[in-house]
Design a protein around this ligand. Structure first.
Ligand code: UD1
Length: 366
């Protein structure tokens, strides 16, 4: 059983799902928790990544952390009791990940965690709580990088449970690139921008979006940067709502170089990211994607769970600090991008075969 429910989980799971389907050996059950339910945050990924429809949509929806996690736990528990899977596979660090892991653990169902061992060491992030707890009840921990392996060892997780497999986001990105490149021209001309002459911005973390002082600083920096470069801002519903209910959406829309849109699909995101001058984000996944595509990244957080990207000089932490954000954007505009993309070189996130290793490891253990 694979349990997923939020945008990044569809991306992380897709290569593993396809690998299982290729083997024809496994009765695979896909469960959608329903944590994300808008077309742009859910269905579009099933279409673009050609995923089979989930067996069940648990329709958990939005709510406080306890409500979302609790509802998901109750409904996932019922699924597990009904179908008795040999393994519950859970990707990432969302409330759906934690709910599935807890429900499975209490029923004695073995758990495999995709993207195990990532740590930001910032316990104010709900995702940090989710991934730590999930790792500690999992029996197969699929670690994407050497750093994540060491993080798990340092927490006393038995070594035989930890498997260094690489990051399934590399697998997904390599698969997406040809189709993304094909749609780039149309996407850019629709937005009236040219390759290399824009930056991509995404922000959705409660720690930025729900705190007016931080949201103000981010919007202030964007307005400032838009005097120098075009800004493409596909807005997650969380930030869209906050911008709309304050005067900040008006402020952004008055700067004619800022384009705020609804969330975009994975292929369009990869297409736009690949030829961006830089990306400004608070997402975990986009930090890795930018690194792999050789796009300079500024991350609007204090800590990152992907220190590999910072050590490689590809990512800088700018917090929600107007001055630091502006300086990072300026540096990216003025400094030409590296010619060779890390995705084609050796990189800490693996070679694009993580999903093969995950499926091999699981089948060997059955
Ligand atoms: C979740 C994950 C985060 C992941 C992110 C990717 C947790 C704790 N967080 O955060 O790890 O990086 O997804 O997007 O699990 N909403 C909609 N439509 C939707 C989904 C949500 O309008 O389809 C609204 C909700 O009403 C809510 C807000 O967006 O107000 C946040 O949704 P939620 O699922 O709580 O968390 P995310 O911020 O999306």
């Amino acid at each position: 059983m694979i349990v997923m429910g939020a945008r990044p989980q569809f991306i992380k799971s897709a290569p593993v799902i396809h690998e299982f389907l290729r083997r024809h050996k496994v009765d695979l059950q896909l469960i959608h928790s329903g944590q994300h339910y808008d077309y742009e945050l859910s269905q579009v990924f099933f279409e673009e990544m050609r995923l089979p429809p989930p067996l069940l949509d648990l329709k958990v929806g939005s709510g406080s952390h306890a409500i979302q996690t609790g509802k998901a736990m109750v409904r996932i528990e019922r699924c597990i009791q009904r179908t008795k899977p040999d393994l519950a596979l859970v990707p990432g660090d969302t409330n759906t990940t934690l709910a599935a892991a807890l429900s499975a653990a209490k029923l004695g169902t073995p758990i495999g965690h995709i993207e195990a061992g990532a740590r930001s060491y910032d316990m104010t992030m709900p995702e940090e709580i989710n991934r730590r707890l999930t790792d500690h009840v999992s029996s197969m921990l699929f670690a994407p990088t050497r750093t994540t392996v060491h993080n798990l060892y340092a927490e006393g997780i038995p070594r035989k449970r930890v498997h260094l497999v690489g990051d399934t986001m590399v697998d997904a990105l390599l698969t997406a690139l040809p189709a993304a490149s094909k749609l780039r021209k149309k996407a850019l001309s629709g937005l009236d921008v040219h390759e290399g002459e824009y930056i991509v911005v995404t922000a959705h973390r409660p720690g930025n979006v729900d705190i007016p002082r931080r949201l103000n600083a981010i919007v202030g920096a964007l307005v400032e940067a838009s005097k120098r470069i075009k800004i493409l801002f596909p807005a997650h519903p969380r930030i869209y709502k906050r911008l709309k209910s304050s005067n900040l959406m008006g402020k952004l829309r008055r700067s004619k170089n800022v384009v705020v849109t609804r969330p975009i699909g994975y292929l369009e995101l990869v297409a736009l990211l690949d030829t961006a001058a830089a990306v400004l984000t608070d997402s975990g996944g986009i930090q890795k994607e930018a690194f792999l595509l050789g796009v300079p990244c500024a991350t609007m957080r204090r800590e990152t769970e992907w220190p590999e990207t910072v050590e490689a000089g590809a990512n800088v932490m700018v917090d929600a600090d107007k001055r630091k954000i502006s300086a990072a954007i300026l540096r990216a505009i003025e400094k030409p991008r590296p010619r060779r993309k890390p995705i084609y070189a050796r990189n800490p996130f693996g070679d694009g075969r993580a999903s093969i290793r995950i499926v091999d490891t699981i089948l060997r253990a059955q």
